[in-house]
Write a protein that binds this ligand. Structure first.
Ligand code: SF4
Length: 487
């Protein structure tokens, strides 16, 4: 049996054919020299890799070197590797003559099956259509060819605002990992690397995300038992004091390859069929894993370098330093300050603040999409080359993937969160000293880019409303003066 080279995002047992298969693991320091990653992301990746090496013991050759090439010079035998998760890594492994590249693992829908589906759709690659295809193709939550509950998606039921007056959802938080000697060694190494000049963003802190399959499985089981039932209702809501809400907080575990998404999807389906978990939560979770995650992954390969959203509202201005450095203290807008601060402290916020606060603000200001993709890749514990382009370009930016750009004014943030009550701005105001930067930014974006927005009914309604505003020119002028200063 050939030795299987596992990258640091291929760490679960489903990346091996046999539990005793010989393994090669490589830790490359050069990766961290090239770009400034969030300190807690660097910790999580190194911790997960070193934990896997410790689990495998003599079964694995574990090499710590500056570059992959240096490590590979010391390995004489033929290797095989599962299809890596970035174009750069794929080109690298294909350039090596002793390495056989196997099909991808760690996702549900095969790249070829996705391509066959996409080729037949002449460009209309809506997530909803792919999700339905995936449900039918894999037979998930399907009875006799029909979706259980009579609908393919219960997304409209996932948009409840948080309970009035609540500061947190009354749910047990996800189980936190206990750090061990490996984490202590990683922390000491990162401290030393920083002294040697390696740069990180964000702050260090206790590890909050699983580094082993055992930890990830425990978090999945806890989610299915305690949180899944509530996930559907509040999937789009935010509370300043509740970073977890009812989310699974498992994205980094899937993306490190610790958890097999097929098993997670089947486990959620069992929770519905056997234990009566509500369909809104179960279907919502499955839509994220089997639907959105696989959709994003497959589009990364399907589009190659030519994502169709790259030219639409793709931004012309550089991301300012305060945003890039996660300088939450410079920001007075409460939602943005809180979310940037959480990202700085933990390297993670759940997907709603990512899109509704960070992505929304960036689109409104016209910041460059490519810089945001890079920032989100480096700054989030679950950020990967494949995961960020469609998330940023396809939702934060307009593409033919979604019906409208994912932008909103302060009124929607106010409806879906408790941020505005404690903010010095007023979400109803678009002009003047109290004008909410999201509300003003929203109307300024529509006025500025109206000719580049998609011609559909949802945008037409918003543009008709824009035409009725008496003060658009003043709002545009105010937002021009605000520029890229922290709001
Ligand atoms: Fe954010 Fe505007 Fe609400 Fe303040 S008023 S929290 S800036 S949406």
């Amino acid at each position: 049996m050939s030795r299987r080279w596992l990258f640091a995002d291929q760490l679960g047992p489903h990346f091996l054919d046999h539990r005793h298969q010989p393994v090669l693991l490589i830790e490359s320091k050069a990766v961290f020299r090239r770009r400034a990653y969030h300190r807690q992301k660097a910790h999580l990746v190194l911790s997960a890799l070193r934990h896997r090496a410790a689990e495998l013991g003599d079964q694995a050759i574990f090499l710590r070197t500056e570059t992959y090439r240096q490590a590979l010079r010391g390995v004489r035998e033929p290797l095989e590797v599962c299809h890596p998760t970035s174009r750069a890594a794929l080109a690298f492994v294909r350039s090596l003559d002793r390495v056989t590249v196997l099909p991808p693992r760690g996702f549900v829908t095969a790249v070829d099956d996705f391509a066959e589906w996409a080729d037949g759709r002449r460009g209309a690659l809506r997530m909803e259509a792919f999700y339905r295809f995936a449900r039918e193709h894999h037979g998930v939550l399907v009875d006799g060819g029909e979706p259980v509950g009579g609908r393919w998606s219960v997304a409209p039921e996932n948009r409840e605002p948080p309970p009035k007056g609540a500061r947190r959802l009354d749910l047990p938080p996800p189980p936190m990992p206990t750090e061990d000697d490996i984490d202590a060694e990683v922390r000491a190494d990162l401290d030393r690397w920083e002294r040697e000049g390696v740069r990180f963003v964000g702050r260090d802190g206790p590890r909050r995300f699983p580094a082993t399959t055992r930890e990830a499985t425990a978090r999945l089981r806890h989610f299915l038992r305690h949180r899944l039932a509530h996930f559907g209702r509040y999937a789009d809501a935010m509370l300043a004091d509740d970073p977890w809400m009812a989310h699974s907080a498992l994205s980094s575990s899937f993306n490190l390859g610790l958890l097999d998404p097929v098993q997670a999807v089947r486990a959620a389906e069992r929770a519905y069929r056997r234990n009566g978990a509500p369909l809104a939560g179960v279907e919502g979770f499955i839509r994220q894993v089997l639907g959105w995650r696989d959709y994003v992954w497959n589009l990364y390969w399907y589009f190659g370098h030519g994502h169709p959203g790259r030219d639409e509202l793709a931004g012309r201005r550089s991301v300012p330093d305060w945003f890039r450095d996660l300088d939450a203290d410079a920001v007075r807008a409460r939602c943005l300050s809180d979310v940037l601060g959480d990202l700085r402290e933990h390297g993670w916020v759940q997907h709603v603040p990512r899109l509704l606060v960070l992505g929304n603000y960036a689109v409104q200001r016209g910041w460059r999409a490519a810089e945001l993709v890079d920032l989100f890749h480096r700054g989030f514990v679950d950020g990967y080359a494949w995961a960020m382009p469609v998330n940023v370009l396809g939702m934060s930016r307009y593409a033919d993937l979604d019906r409208k750009p994912y932008v909103a004014g302060g009124a929607y943030i106010n409806r879906m969160s408790d941020y505005c009550g404690g903010c010095r701005y007023d979400p109803r105001q678009r002009l003047g000293a109290d004008a909410c930067p999201f509300t003003a930014g929203y109307w300024a974006l529509l006025a500025r880019d109206r000719n580049r927005l998609p011609p559909n009914a949802r945008m037409a309604r918003q543009l008709a409303q824009l035409d009725r505003l008496p003060d658009v020119d003043q709002v545009l002028d105010q937002e021009r003066r605000r520029g890229d200063q922290p709001p």
